[in-house]
Unconditional design. Structure first.
Length: 446
């Protein structure tokens, strides 16, 4: 695939912005790559359409081909889709939520053989060892002979308590007994391992719904095999519709499957992937990292890192240019727009300004004042200006302001606010650049 892709990429060497033809050509290869990674077809279609809209018109970084640029955009979009909504970049958002009065009920769901029982023990072990939690495990799998014993054995291996087995007891009764024991014996967490089926069936769903209503789980984890291919969508949708899940644990990530199920399940349920199973052993449990899984699904890591390097180089050049301008006391609206785009892209972190000594503080102020919506609106205003206006903001008087405001769909006072903000920034830039001369030289930026 990679060879074929490079062939296509080599043909596309036009500079500047990404045209529709560039994007479509590269996305054809992306579509194949995603299907090969076993992402479900409807999910591939939606994803590719979304990326297409994102990519057309994007600027191509110096020294990469348009096709390579598209791959990088696809990769970033994939990371964005896979990332939990409340994850600002760290581990927050990933992992389990235990913010609930003890004992916290955690329900493990999934098809037979997906790894529920193993994962139950893995999670319990981690909660006990890493977080000092007192965990009780209970198996509600009354269907498969010896399933309850399997969990009991894992309990002995890990030193995690399991609920004593009462032969013939139905699943809902086991669940209630587990919660009672959890309350009476002071457990922090009660993990409920459920029965699975080879395929979705109504009887199982009814049983699981009863369990859910009896214990009101705080987390309901869908355990899914990373090798699940096109079925992933169906399975995930069913569990989400019939039971409701709070997250996904993807197992057998140690196998050679590219893990397209991760994208399929994330897309159809809207729920985050929280944990990964990376082997049969009980310590083979990892937090989910969107960038790693995205890289694996797309399978074009070389191209992505190539573009990243090119972007870094370009960024460095731009930083140097900006530093020189600042020293001369020039900081026009183009520079401001560029800074804002940087803020947007990096989620407010780092960026060119962060590289310049003394500016970190100002950047924080800017961030505080500018949420994403404001940044978008500000950029829209700058976009409605002529190149000359951007270079020489002083020429923007009343009639120009009216035109710009109309073009950006805002009020004249918004344009005024922006101009004032720019003046303030330019003034601070000048001050900082005076103070920061030494620092700039030390950083090799002057
Ligand atoms: P359940 O039917 O959903 O409870 O699945 P089990 O927990 O019994 O697991 C079925 C098989 O998958 C067992 O042989 C496990 O050792 C294996 N398994 C579970 N998780 C992983 C994993 O992350 N990687 C690998 N390679 N095997 C796993
Ligand atoms: Mg099991």
């Amino acid at each position: 695939l990679s060879e074929r892709l490079n062939g296509v990429l080599d043909k596309l060497t036009k500079r500047g912005q990404l045209g529709e033809a560039d994007v479509d050509e590269a996305l054809r290869e992306v579509r194949v790559a995603l299907l090969e990674a076993d992402v479900a077809l409807p999910v591939v279609k939606d994803f590719v359409a979304a990326v297409r809209a994102e990519a057309v018109g994007e600027r191509v970084v110096k020294s990469v081909t348009p096709g390579q640029m598209v791959i990088k955009i696809v990769h970033d979009e994939l990371v964005k889709v896979l990332k939990p909504a409340n994850d600002a970049g760290g581990v927050a958002g990933a992992g389990l939520d235990l913010n609930h009065p003890a004992p916290v009920p955690i329900l493990m769901l999934g098809l037979q053989g997906s790894g529920k029982t193993t994962s139950t023990a893995k999670i319990a072990r981690r909660l006990a060892e890493k977080q000092g939690k007192k965990v009780l495990m209970a198996s509600l799998d009354t269907r498969r002979p010896a399933a309850q014993q399997q969990l009991a054995i894992l309990g002995e291996q890990t030193g995690i308590k399991t609920l004593p087995i009462v032969p013939g007891e139905p699943p809902v009764a086991i669940a209630k007994r587990a919660m009672n024991a959890g309350r009476l014996e002071g457990y922090d967490v009660v993990m409920l391992d459920t029965a699975g089926r080879l395929a979705i069936d109504d009887e199982l769903m009814a049983e699981l719904a009863q369990v859910r209503d009896a214990v009101k789980p705080h987390e309901s984890l869908l355990v899914a095999d990373a090798m699940t291919g096109q079925d992933a969508v169906n399975t995930a949708k069913h569990f989400q519709d019939k039971i409701g899940i709070t997250g996904i644990m993807l197992t057998r990530i140690d196998g050679d499957a590219r893990g397209g199920a991760a994208l399929s399940m994330r897309a159809v349920t809207g729920r985050p992937i929280k944990l990964l199973g990376t082997g049969e052993k009980l310590d083979q449990l990892e937090d989910f990292h969107a960038d790693r899984v995205a890289g694996r699904i797309l399978g074009m890591g070389d191209i992505v890192s190539l573009v990243e390097k090119a972007m870094e180089a370009t960024e460095q050049e731009e930083a140097e240019k900006l530093a020189r301008k600042m020293q001369k006391g020039q900081f026009d609206l183009n520079d401001m727009a560029q800074q804002l785009k940087q803020l947007q892209k990096m989620g407010g972190l780092g960026g060119i300004m962060g590289m310049l000594p003394g500016i970190g503080k100002m950047q924080k102020q800017l961030e505080g004042r500018m949420d994403e919506k404001v940044v978008g609106r500000t950029l829209a205003i700058i976009n409605s200006m002529t190149p000359k206006e951007r270079r020489l903001p002083d020429i923007i008087k009343a009639s120009r302001k009216t035109r710009i405001a109309r073009g950006a769909g805002v009020q004249v006072q918004d344009v005024n606010k922006l101009l004032k903000q720019h003046q303030e920034m330019a003034r601070m830039m000048k001050q900082v650049s005076k103070l920061g001369q030494k620092g700039l030289m030390r950083h090799g930026l002057s």
